[in-house]
Design a protein around this ligand. Structure first.
Ligand SMILES: [Zn+2]
Length: 106
């Protein structure tokens, strides 16, 4: 994302260092997101496309708690769209089923 800094005369363009949320780096093995990535499996030493399983993480429970306080009717409309977005993504090797890493939301 480019944004302009300073007014008046010359201005400088800065490119933001990252296009991902800050929590992206919490992954245990390598930068994993919530979608399948190409990764070298440490177990079977093949470059594979990781298989992603979603599991309910801390944020999911916080979200449920938030629903409780903020009004259930409003939240219900949103659940089908973002429930997977709130879950931890576990990357596994499709070949040997080794867990390659877990992407956590928090
Ligand atoms: Zn493997």
């Amino acid at each position: 994302t480019l944004f302009k800094v300073g007014g008046g005369g010359g201005y400088t363009l800065y490119q933001s260092s990252t296009s991902f949320p800050p929590c992206f780096c919490v992954a245990t093995v390598s930068p994993l997101g919530d979608s399948p990535v190409q990764i070298s499996c440490p177990s079977c030493h093949q470059t594979v496309l990781s298989k992603v399983d979603y599991s309910a993480g801390l944020l999911t429970y916080l979200f449920c708690g938030g629903l409780f306080f903020c009004g259930f009717v409003l939240g219900c409309c949103l659940i089908p769209f973002c429930v997977d977005r709130l879950k931890d993504a576990k990357h596994t090797c499709p070949t040997c089923k080794t867990v390659l890493g877990v992407y956590k939301r928090l």
